[in-house]
Design a protein around this ligand. Structure first.
Ligand SMILES: [Zn+2]
Length: 396
């Protein structure tokens, strides 16, 4: 069988997915005997995509798994932290700092950046969508629009940002949850009708799987909803994936289905909507009787963050390329308003504009190649994100 175009774990760990100029740089430094310099490198962003006021730092656990064992120290803000790109005086907030010999970690720059830039973008859009949905349930359905090689990364990032469930078994295993699915249009098309498909699903699929039936395949949603109610005893919900050409006034259609369900005694049957939803369209439907949203492409295909790694100190002396601020820096954050600042000292006394004292937020994650903090589960990180999101929403 021919191989797929996926970089396997060996390719990533051995550095084969890096930009080639890092390998050449390593070779030159080693040949010239300059590989032993003691270096601090920081990971920062200049601006966030689409004018976002904040983003969420995601992907640290995978960076730890990649760099554990290298003779380096890694410091980082906790995974799931809401951050701003720059402090009030425009200094870039260091999200991570690596300390060691440049030649021991330089070739991993490409992989490390990829592991935090894309996941942070996905987590941020998931969180923004969660706020747009007014905290209603969100399902991550976006894997079909992205390469399967990163399905686990997408699902984990979407979950951490606020999605309540993911659709792929692979992604679900990573976050320690059960995958969630409804019914695809293919089932109704193959079974030849709504009722036959709904009954077969109910008969064959394990009882612990929530019964959420897709009701828009052949007929009007109202008719489809009644088909589902008749066919499935413990019906949990109906899903409307109504095509754009049939949507008309989507809100009114949803209200009509709700009315019909209530009138016929199915008050506990929820309504899930899906199909090309994004932050804006979810916000438009947040105040309706929709129970949950299935959001795909807009979260999975979130803008990637433009983060970079820069050397800021060499052999104890601050150094940086122009446009960057030199020196090993420490990130601080206000516990009250979540504003951030930067200092050259780990023990600074920084007063926030809101009156509170900022706290150092960076943690030592790896020391001499050894992990210093236990792994946090995806659910633990997600809880931390949700807590900050509530805090941020109350401030806005
Ligand atoms: Zn503050």
């Amino acid at each position: 069988m021919s191989k797929l175009f996926i970089a396997d774990e060996d390719a990533v760990r051995s550095g084969r997915t890096m930009d080639i100029y890092f390998e050449r740089t390593k070779k030159i430094l080693e040949e010239k005997g300059l590989g032993g310099s003691d270096v601090w490198a920081e990971f920062t962003g200049s601006a966030l995509p689409a004018g976002w006021p904040w983003a969420i730092f995601c992907g640290l656990e995978e960076v730890v798994r990649l760099t554990e064992g290298l003779p380096i120290d890694l410091y980082a803000i906790p995974e799931g932290t809401i951050f701003k790109a720059r402090s009030s005086n425009s200094v870039r907030i260091p999200l991570m700092n690596i300390h060691g010999h440049y030649t021991d970690f330089g070739i991993d720059e490409t992989a490390i950046l990829g592991m935090i830039c894309q996941p942070s973008g996905i987590t941020t859009v998931a969180a923004r969508t969660k706020i747009a949905a007014k905290w209603k349930t969100l399902f991550a359905f976006g894997n079909r629009r992205m390469h399967p090689g990163i399905a686990g990364v997408i699902d984990r990032s979407a979950y951490i940002g606020g999605c309540d469930a993911v659709s792929s078994p692979f992604g679900a295993e990573i976050i320690g949850q059960k995958p969630l699915g409804t019914t695809p249009h293919a089932l109704m098309l193959m079974m030849g009708g709504n009722e036959a498909a709904f009954k077969a699903f109910d008969e064959i699929i394990e009882p612990e799987v929530p019964r959420i039936m897709l009701i828009d395949t052949f007929s009007d949603e109202r008719t489809g909803a009644m088909d589902a109610c008749r066919a499935v005893k413990d019906l949990k919900g109906v899903r409307l994936d109504t095509p754009g050409s049939r949507r008309g006034n989507f809100k009114e259609l949803i209200d009509e289905v709700r009315w019909e369900l209530d009138m016929k005694g199915f008050k506990d049957v929820g309504i899930t909507v899906s199909g090309g939803l994004n932050e804006r369209t979810v916000a438009e439907l947040a105040d309706t009787c929709v129970t949950s949203f299935g959001v795909g492409t807009s979260i999975a295909n979130a803008p990637t963050l433009d983060l970079s790694m820069d050397i800021v100190e060499k052999d104890g002396i601050p150094i940086s390329k122009r446009g960057k601020f030199g020196g090993r820096k420490y990130a601080y954050r206000c516990p009250d308003c979540l504003s951030m600042d930067v200092s050259l000292s780990p023990n600074d006394d920084i007063k926030c504009s809101c009156g509170c004292h900022m706290e150092p937020i960076e943690q030592c994650v790896i020391k001499g190649g050894k992990r210093q903090l236990p792994e946090r589960s995806a659910t633990e990180i997600r809880d931390y994100v949700m807590k900050q999101l509530k805090q941020i929403s109350e401030l806005e």
